[in-house]
Design a binder for this molecule. Structure first.
Ligand SMILES: C[S@@+](CC[C@H](N)C(=O)[O-])C[C@H]1O[C@@H](n2cnc3c(N)ncnc32)[C@H](O)[C@@H]1O
Length: 165
């Protein structure tokens, strides 16, 4: 039996979020898009009560998946960004709840016309009145192949960590 996540090799800002919620001594956390638990387990091992939300049954239960190789893939669709952020806000505790989101930023020309690739500073406009603890962006970088994106590809990622007033 292996415990390595299928997302093991992909870049993440998660350690920054983890240190922020340790500093605030959060007792519960919700991971949206938990997949096979790469973020869930480090939280649970610290005694934090974790709610994991994942729509892919195979990611949760295990089973056959397509690992990186020369095949085509289908990316999941998203609802409107404001709706998605609104759902995440509703999961946060009313006062002092912390929201951490890492997200893809536009790189290819077609991305710049798609709402769910937010540009710099865009996400904070969805969080009026929140205190912004961290907001940062990577330059474009080459991401390793992973499930759902089976060849090397260029990504740019953003991070926002914010505290609810
Ligand atoms: C890029 S993976 C990230 C997995 C993990 N958080 C990590 O970085 O190691 C995104 C995950 O979010 C899930 N996902 C996408 N949209 C979702 C939604 N609307 N509700 C729940 N899960 C979703 C996908 O099935 C996928 O497992």
């Amino acid at each position: 039996m292996t415990t390595a996540s299928v997302w093991e090799e992909t870049r993440t800002f998660f350690p920054l979020f983890l240190s922020q919620i340790e500093k605030r001594q959060a007792r519960s956390a919700c991971v949206v898009g938990a997949s096979d638990g790469k973020f869930v387990l480090p939280l649970a091992r610290r005694g934090i009560h974790v709610f994991a939300i994942e729509r892919n049954q195979t990611a949760v239960d295990g089973g056959p998946i397509t690992l990186p190789g020369p095949t085509d893939t289908v990316m999941p669709g998203l609802r409107r960004l404001s709706e998605f952020i609104g759902s995440m806000i509703r999961l946060c505790r009313p006062r002092g709840g912390i929201l951490g989101a890492e997200y893809m930023m536009p790189v290819e020309p077609r991305h710049f016309t798609i709402e769910h690739y937010p540009g710099e500073g865009n996400l904070r406009s969805h969080l009026p009145g929140w205190s912004i603890d961290w907001e940062t962006y990577t330059p474009a970088f080459v991401e390793a192949p992973h499930v759902e994106q089976l060849t090397e590809h260029v990504h740019r990622m953003g991070l926002i960590i914010a505290t609810r007033p």
